[in-house]
Design a protein around this ligand. Structure first.
Ligand SMILES: [Zn+2]
Ligand SMILES: [Zn+2]
Length: 318
């Protein structure tokens, strides 16, 4: 082979390698994204997965037998306006913000607003990273209900974030519509939960074409004044509390930590169409929940009926 031919062969090889690399990258991170969308940034319950006092889970992650899951959080992106929002400030917030920045939207601000649901550890403690010990952020907009706002303002270390203006808390009102970009709206609504330090809310997120419900924590559905089946019918996606699959899952009285079991939720939807069932996207899984395993039989049976299980980096156009 003369030297020209060798050069040609090498060039073709390099070009084909480059194309292959690009196509792999495209598969993982679609380059064309909707104008507005929700992305899942974490699916685990407050304690995360693997979970404290469960060395076997940590060892299984180390041996690549199971996958670590970040604590529950949704990202909300408006690509046209170059704005990004977070629902929940989880203990995994630094990694979740970096995923948003790296894979979804690079913009001047690290985040344009964070909506909090309540004062349980998986839902707000990530705020600590905005403080002097870490980022020393300037005026990150935090959206919170009245009791949640007072809790942050009057208890250290959160009160220091307010005093140093690392965060600015924007009060939100139950059931009132907040326009966060020209075409994205957010509505909060109260739900029954163990409200030791704050009230608990869920959110409705409304985009140009589609809408979503986000209820990561709620006591039993029967305690809520609204009907979950009817609420799900009114939206396109419903990210709802899937802490436990069924009774007896943890070795302590489950009345101490009441949540609708997946089994109870699916029972409420049993007479609904597959289309309605497919609006349900389970999220906020306790480490004990067998549905964390994508190969779990009960999970697969529910998926066959239409139900969905949130997966980190899933995208839902709005
Ligand atoms: Zn929670
Ligand atoms: Zn909670």
């Amino acid at each position: 082979m003369n030297s020209n031919l060798i050069f040609l062969a090498l060039s073709l090889l390099i070009i084909s390698c480059k194309n292959e690399k690009d196509s792999i990258k495209d598969k993982i991170i679609p380059s064309i994204k909707p104008d507005q969308y929700i992305t899942v940034l974490g699916i685990a319950q407050d304690g995360g997965f693997p979970h404290i006092n469960n060395t076997d889970e940590f060892v299984a992650v180390k041996n690549s037998e199971i996958k670590k899951e970040l604590v529950v959080s949704l990202g909300l992106i408006d690509s046209k306006e170059k704005k990004k929002f977070l629902f929940e400030a989880s203990p995994d917030l630094p990694e979740q913000l970096s995923i948003l920045d790296d894979e979804y939207l690079k913009s001047k601000s690290i985040i344009d607003g964070i909506f909090l649901t309540h004062a349980h550890i998986g839902h707000y403690t990530g705020l600590m990273y905005f403080g002097r010990e870490a980022m020393g952020a300037k005026e990150i907009p935090i959206y919170a209900m009245p009791k949640m706002k007072t809790f942050l303002e009057t208890n250290g270390p959160w009160s220091q974030l307010v005093a140093l203006r690392n965060i600015i808390i924007h009060p939100i009102k139950e059931d009132s519509v907040l326009s966060i970009t020209k075409s994205l709206r957010v509505i909060s609504f109260k739900v029954p939960h163990r409200d030791e330090y704050s009230e608990t809310v869920g959110y409705k997120i409304i985009g140009n074409h589609k809408s979503a419900l986000f209820i990561p924590d709620i006591n039993k559905w029967s305690l809520w004044e609204k009907n979950i089946v009817e609420q799900v019918k009114q939206v396109d996606y419903a990210f709802i509390d899937a802490t436990f699959f069924k009774n007896g899952e943890i070795p302590r009285p489950m009345e101490e930590v009441p949540h609708p079991f997946i089994e109870e939720t699916t029972n409420l939807f049993k007479n609904e169409s597959e289309e309605i069932k497919s609006k349900v996207i389970f999220i906020h899984f306790n480490h004990s929940n067998p549905a964390l395993d994508v190969d779990n039989e009960d999970r697969i049976l529910l998926e066959e009926q239409g139900y969905r299980f949130a997966t980190t980096r899933d995208i839902f156009p709005l």
